[in-house]
Ligand binder design. Structure first.
Ligand code: IVH
Length: 694
């Protein structure tokens, strides 16, 4: 793992300290004041740690204005300042993303509490670490009187007006709330709200609006909204809130609440109608902390909001008091981070890869970097427009992002780090593999190689597609072997695979006799297949597994599919005009029919069936998109209902969507439907549609 060395480290400590402070000041200003960070958090943290370490080893060089000496950002001009009754502390961060991160915390707590090995497990509360901004909500006799940001921990900004626009935050509490109550928690923006906001921003910018910008991530959008000087604008930026702690509260001695645990106080907050995250839970000892960490990490990408780790807190408030604080951090809590999803690295080259259908994709070759839990060396730039919009050039320092199983992406370039004047990226006008013309069709973002199966890259991809597990499955036929077979020239077409003899295979470099035999056996085995697998394996553009299944069900026999007109194909449940045309064109090509005949002649076969009777169903040929929470149907139930009525459920809205079914808190999909003029219906109307048609 390498990170580009932005700074030489061999300078004298004083010089390095000054450099680090200057850089961190700049970054902190961009992050906290401008809400527009220029580097990933992980990069900020890395330099921050270096500064801390350097200051620790040279205490004489510590200055009061060092970034290490403040908790958060500085209050913004334009908001009144608020001195917190109880300082808003920071929390110790554990960056070891293995179970050791949780175990270390438990070990430390047990040691500080003087617990021996035979004594019972400590009770913790484990919560997600929300990626938003900390807020202190002050209530007097149940009325929200002030909302303040953390600021530097001592003094924050009074953002009451903006916070009042957050529907989830109660403005008035029930009568049993204490006379003075400060609730602390995180203001954040849901991902769907963020997407919708950015979409609106893009439209404003496209319409020529001045001074508008898009936001880098939900946290910055949330911070921007909270610190928007005009509450009317803030109100248009949908924010959410989770409560997770307290500031000043009337003491028990003066009639205030007498909670004994963090869990109990969260329960009271919930009763007083503060949103409390339902993923927060009790955990006993290190093993349950570890399990919580893994469980939340697994859900991370499916949550409606961003989190960057979890927080463990000693549950007993008496034990919290006993543990106390070190400088500005409580000893009883720790933040256990997840692997960073964004990191800095540098672009070594920009390659152009050729896909199965000839699509050319620019790919940034990166200096290896550990991001999102794996080492990444390639990141897609999607297409020429994207590569140019981001203006990625060879040698650039870039932010790479990898979230979940999504392919790694270059988010942006750090323009200040560009050295010299490298050439902007342009898509080659010929295929980099076969030299055929590369063309970009009208209305398409992609360039395609026109070489078809003349192009060895497309041939290789076509063979791999055919041999994959979800198609006819030839076990052991991976990309290395396909490269060899195609490069040596012994496989040019799919049927050539079945003509491979044991000797030809065994003669390949680095091929053991045993492996050659395994491939021969796997090829033999793959000959018994099914019609859907075979159809999918042919690699017809736009024909995925689901469409292949529908085609097989509808027509029963391959010949019927091959001879179908575009109109006849349109009658298939999964098939629209573009797909119908693609299938028809594929089988109209003599060389494709030839491939099919030869495969059959080589012994590839499948059981054929009878065409399915086409019963007209109420939602046949219709595609629906679900958004928001429906009043009675769960998402899976609604999906099953639609599918049973012959309809399909898609994940995103396009011009082809027949209906959007919207429930409560519908997000960006609803906006998109309105934009595209797609009809929007509710649950009741959905049920009517289905009943009317049956
Ligand atoms: S407790 C004294 N719980 O993480 C402990 N903080 O430095 C106070 N955060 O910016 C914090 N989720 O806004 C706590 N479940 C959670 C949290 C959480 C996010 C943020 C907090 C602060 C940072 C801690």
């Amino acid at each position: 793992m390498t990170t580009p060395d932005l700074f030489a480290s061999d300078d004298a400590p004083a010089k390095r300290l000054a450099e680090l402070r200057q850089t961190l000041h700049t970054w902190a200003h961009q992050y906290y004041v401008l809400d527009q960070p220029s580097v990933p958090d992980a990069e900020y943290d890395r330099l921050f740690k270096e500064l801390q370490a350097l200051e620790a080893s040279h205490p004489g060089l510590l200055t009061a204005d060092s970034p290490t000496q403040r908790v958060g950002g500085k209050p913004l001009d334009g908001f009144a300042q608020v001195r917190h009754a109880v300082p808003m502390l920071s929390i110790r961060t554990e960056t070891d993303t293995t179970p050791a991160g949780a175990e270390n915390f438990d070990t430390r707590i047990r040691r500080e509490l003087g617990l021996g090995e035979d004594q019972p497990a400590v009770q913790y509360m484990a919560e997600p670490k929300f990626d938003g901004l900390a807020m202190n909500l002050r209530y007097h006799h149940g009325v929200l009187v002030q909302a303040a940001t953390r600021g530097d921990g001592e003094v924050g900004e009074d953002v009451t007006q903006n916070i009042r626009t957050i529907g989830q935050i109660p403005l008035r509490l029930p009568a049993d709330a204490p006379p003075v109550l400060e609730v602390r928690g995180e203001v954040y923006m849901r991902r769907d709200d963020f997407d919708a906001l950015n979409e609106r921003q893009r439209r404003k910018i496209a319409a020529g609006a001045k001074g508008e910008k898009t936001f880098v991530n939900p946290r910055n959008a949330a911070a921007g909204a909270v610190r928007q000087l005009d509450p009317a604008i803030a109100a248009q930026r949908p924010l959410s809130f989770f409560a997770y702690g307290l500031g000043e509260v009337t003491s028990a001695a003066q009639g205030g609440p007498d909670w004994d645990s963090h869990q109990a106080l969260l329960a009271s907050l919930k009763i007083w109608s503060f949103p409390v995250c339902d993923l927060s839970q009790k955990a006993q000892g290190a093993s349950e902390l570890v399990a919580f960490y893994a469980g939340i990490a697994a859900q991370r990408d499916t949550l409606a909001y961003d989190i960057d780790g979890v927080v463990y807190k000693v549950d007993s408030l008496a034990l919290q008091r006993r543990l106390g604080f070190v400088t500005r951090e409580p000893r009883w809590a720790v933040a256990h981070k997840f692997p960073a999803q964004e990191m800095l690295t540098s672009v070594l080259a920009i390659d152009v890869q050729v896909g199965r259908t000839g699509k050319l994709t620019p790919v940034a070759k990166l200096a290896p970097v550990f991001v999102g839990g794996v080492t990444v060396t390639n990141a897609t730039l999607h297409n020429e427009d994207e590569a140019r919009r981001k203006d990625v050039r060879v040698g650039d320092t870039v932010i790479v992002r990898r979230a979940g199983d999504v392919i790694p992406e270059v988010v942006s370039v750090l323009p200040d780090k560009r050295v010299g004047n490298p050439e902007p990226f342009t898509m080659p006008r010929v295929c980099p593999v076969c030299g055929s013309a590369a063309v970009r069709e009208e209305d398409e973002a992609d360039f395609r190689c026109t070489g078809g199966l003349f192009c060895s890259a497309q041939r290789k991809q076509a063979i791999l597609h055919f041999a994959q597990r979800r198609a006819v499955e030839v076990e052991g036929l991976g990309d290395k072997l396909v490269d060899q077979l195609v490069d040596v020239g012994i496989v040019r077409t799919l049927p050539d695979l079945y003509r491979l003899g044991l000797t030809a295979l065994a003669n390949l470099p680095r091929m053991a006799d045993k492996s050659a035999q395994n491939i021969v056996d796997a090829l033999q085995k793959s000959k018994q297949t099914t019609l859907p697998r075979f159809l999918f394996g042919l690699g017809i553009r736009h024909v995925g597994e689901a469409t292949a299944k529908e085609l097989a069900r509808h027509f029963g026999k391959l010949d019927a599919v091959m001879d179908a007109s575009a109109e006849q194909l349109l009658a298939v449940a999964d098939v629209g005009p573009i797909v119908a045309q693609s299938i028809h064109t594929f089988f109209a090509q003599p060389h494709n029919r030839e491939v099919v005949e030869q495969l059959r002649a080589c012994g590839v076969s499948w059981p054929e069936g009878e065409p399915a009777p086409v019963a007209a169903q109420p939602l046949s040929g219709k595609t629906l998109v679900l958004t928001g929470t429906l009043p009675t149907l769960g998402r899976e139930e609604a999906k099953a209902l639609i599918e049973a009525a012959g309809g399909k459920v898609a994940g995103s809205v396009s011009k082809k969507t027949s209906f959007v079914v919207a429930g409560a808190e519908a997000g960006s999909k609803l906006d998109k439907a309105c934009d595209l003029g797609v009809p929007v219906i509710d649950e009741a109307a959905l049920k009517q549609l289905i009943e009317a048609g049956t």
